[in-house]
Design a protein around this ligand. Sequence first.
Ligand code: ZN
Ligand code: ZN
Ligand code: ZN
Length: 232
Amino acid sequence: MRNSWLLCDFHIHTDMSDGSLPVDEVVDMYGSKGFDVISITDHILDSHTFKEREEKGESVCAVRKDKFKEYLCILWREAERAWKEYNMLLIPGAEVTNNHKWYHILALDVKGYIDPTLSVEEIVKRIHDQQAIAVACHPDLKKGEDKNLSWYLWKNHEKYRNLFDAWEVANRDDLYNVIGLKKLNYIANSDFHESRHLYSWKSLIESEKNTEAVKSAIRENKNIAIYLFRKQ
Ligand code: ZN
Ligand code: ZN
Ligand code: ZN
């Protein structure tokens, strides 16, 4: 018997970093819309950008290293509730955010803090040491982004093509055609920060509904489809 297709979103922010909603509201929103798998991936931030924001008196908008355990505990608790109330799998994650050199990397099923100041290779090694999944986020310019901004992972995509378990072929409203053309492993996510971002690109994965099976499907790039989720 074939597994059913799971509706998945692996890139979601809450008010624990720069998202607008608290985690329980995010879980209730996705759960009530019938999602099968979500990953909460709040930002953790490189030390240069962290310092810059603090010096300017700006809010840091990221989970601090000393709060990371607490962050994971909150996600584990919400994961239990999501499963009980909605039969929805919640995979704890983080967006390893380097705004100094401009690379953002999702760590799905993360178990400990990873310093975003490290090099791309070191970050991915630490993600894999935790048996977590490494995803290259919005690898090229997003709609409305400053044209002078140059995403590091895109500049180096040939070098890194096999380093990542997957690349975002779609992020919210944007499609990254070249990820398909270059035959890189792919998933599609919303990069959810506020309610309206729910209606955006998602992944469908034909898999058993458990974390290890979903991770294997992403690694093998097997039975994955992308889907534009619209308001019904
Ligand atoms: Zn953000
Ligand atoms: Zn990002
Ligand atoms: Zn993000």
